[in-house]
Ligand binder design. Sequence first.
Ligand SMILES: [Fe+2]
Ligand SMILES: [Fe+2]
Length: 145
Amino acid sequence: MTTRSLTWTDDLTLGIDDIDREHRGLMEVVNEILVACDSGLDSAMLGALFAQLRKSSLAHFAREERMLADTLYPRLTQHRQEHAELIEQLDRIAAQAVREAEQGGVADATVIFLRHWLTSHIVGPDRGYSGYVKGREKRIRGGAE
Ligand SMILES: [Fe+2]
Ligand SMILES: [Fe+2]
């Protein structure tokens, strides 16, 4: 099984620096997991990487939701729901991957799901708010006045 790492592409850049930086950070963790799946890292280490991704994702989602609340984004409730679903999906992928690692190797289908897990949210719902938020950054608490 070959598990190519994700590479950053222009369509992932939203033009909101703090958010782009966090998205790149999350992608790095996803890539660590992809490498781990490829190299047959033991299931406990794999579980630890997934725990790290979950923690970083929760922090990122909270930050994003604060930004959307500060800018009065009209689709905040729906975006919050999408984040909750992403965490549920991640928990399912993590449990599946750890189980498969214990049984000899993470299946391609699990890897493919993980590869799309982050990027499909960035190019979809996140890109959806970027045009709205840009130009309203001054409303973000702690942002530059
Ligand atoms: Fe988001
Ligand atoms: Fe995001």
